[in-house]
Design a protein. Structure first.
Length: 201
């Protein structure tokens, strides 16, 4: 899962980033180990009110085939986060810790992406500190950030921006970036503002 996200960005010499390059990057693995250790603290945290509410909706979708906003109600946000919880149930089961494990995998992948992204402009150690600080802030914020829709929308925006922030932007990259940016609206309607900015870029 780490390789596809990291391959979105070229290396400093404009060659593709392959899995082999990550294996040889000692700083990259230190970032992953530190991030994994901190994410273990988040995995054992109980679900907050927002997480529990959406988890109950996703459980009804999984167990009874109910549709959000039609058969089951409770989430006043857009439906994107409902399907994040639903996917977590499919992959890790119906227990609450399944959502935390799914979120930890996503956050670990995004940390890898951040490290490679910042490595384009900064030294590896500087990029590593930025990536580790992101995870530290995420874990320390607790229920304010854990599995919240704003965070998933923000991660999608970061990946979409990375796709178009290239010396050479192909039509395919622009299309994929547009699709990912559009997906952020499923989490927060305010993402429309970012879509307008991206279109100008």
């Amino acid at each position: 899962m780490i390789q596809p996200i990291c391959s979105l960005l070229p290396s400093n010499n404009n060659t593709p980033i392959f899995y082999n390059s990550l294996i040889k990057d000692r700083v990259f693995w230190i970032v992953l180990w530190l991030s994994t250790g901190m994410l273990c603290l988040a995995v054992v945290k109980p679900l907050g009110y927002d997480n529990a509410l959406i988890q109950s909706i996703a459980l009804d979708m999984y167990r009874y085939g109910r549709l959000p906003y039609i058969d089951v109600w409770g989430n006043h946000n857009l439906p994107g986060i409902n399907y994040i919880h639903y996917l977590a149930i499919l992959l890790f089961g119906t227990h609450d810790i399944g959502l935390r494990l799914f979120d930890a995998v996503i956050q670990l992948s995004f940390t890898a992406f951040l490290y490679r992204f910042w490595s384009r402009w900064f030294k590896p150690h500087t990029a590593a500190v930025a990536a580790v600080l992101y995870i530290a802030y995420y874990v320390s914020a607790g229920g304010l950030l854990l599995s919240e829709p704003d965070l998933y929308g923000g991660m999608l925006l970061a990946v979409a921006f990375a796709l178009i922030l290239q010396p050479y932007r192909s039509v395919m990259r622009i299309m994929i970036s547009g699709i990912i940016t559009g997906m952020t609206v499923l989490f927060r309607p305010t993402s429309l503002l970012f879509i307008a900015v991206f279109s100008l870029y």
